[in-house]
Design a protein around this ligand. Structure first.
Ligand SMILES: N[C@@H](CCC(=O)N[C@@H](CS)C(=O)NCC(=O)O)C(=O)O
Length: 219
């Protein structure tokens, strides 16, 4: 049955599912909604009012990590490492990504310089923790795994922010720059956003008021 993904064009969590679907060559439909003004049919099917939602026939799955795991399971071979302990560790570090997404959100929506500095410092600390876990070139070594897909949306956004207003976020980190380059070079990752993504993301940040908006403002 062809799955349908409900998306918002800038959502990093939906992007994770898209990467898994594309890596596995699964045929799927995607429907974009305005998350700030969601249609009634979406409110009726999304328990938390959030995207992604995956529809499989009449059934609905929500939460990006759960959707990734489901898509991985029904479309073998698995993108997880086979060894149970390593798989569990990967799942734990996939959950760690949630705190990085929070720090990224804090950074790009910071109203005042002090909020920005606090978010940047939190981000640096978590990136250093992550760096210590990397095997290289991918998270676990030679193979692109589910955990790489889970972090790809974060790596894509950090690369854009570095381009627009360099922060040297990866300075002093030994594996993260090469990991980011390897992940972002995957065709499935490159094709996981709409062509005008960078412009929309920059405008989304610049349209707010405050310090981060000014720092990354396109105009
Ligand atoms: N933990 C969720 C987070 C999803 C999420 O925060 N989605 C955002 C868009 S990127 C959303 O739908 N926000 C709407 C809201 O919170 O009302 C997941 O991993 O799927």
């Amino acid at each position: 049955m062809k799955p349908q993904l409900i998306s918002f064009k800038l959502c990093p969590f939906v992007q994770r599912s898209v990467i898994v679907l594309q890596e596995k060559g699964v045929d799927y439909d995607i429907e974009y909604i305005d998350i700030n003004n969601p249609p009634d049919w979406f409110k009726a099917i999304s328990p938390l009012g959030k995207v992604p939602v995956l529809r499989v026939g009449e059934a609905v799955v929500f939460e990006s990590a759960v959707i990734m795991e489901y898509l991985d399971e029904v479309n073998p071979p698995s993108l997880h490492p086979a060894e149970p302990l390593r798989k569990a560790q990967n799942r734990a570090w996939m959950e760690f990504a949630s705190s990085l997404f929070m720090s990224l959100h804090g950074l790009v929506s910071a109203e005042h310089e002090a909020d920005y500095q606090a978010a940047e410092s939190a981000l640096r600390g978590k990136l250093a923790q992550l760096d210590a876990q990397l095997s290289g070139p991918y998270f676990n070594g030679e193979d692109f795994n589910l955990i790489d897909a889970a972090y790809a949306p974060l790596l894509m956004r950090l690369a854009l922010l570095e381009e627009w207003a360099p922060m040297g976020l990866y300075d002093g980190l030994s594996k993260l720059p090469a990991w980011s380059a390897a992940v972002l070079a995957r065709p499935a990752v490159q094709d996981s956003v709409i062509p005008e993504f960078a412009e929309l993301y920059r405008r989304f940040i610049g349209n707010r008021d405050g310090y981060a908006a000014e720092r990354f403002d396109p105009l």
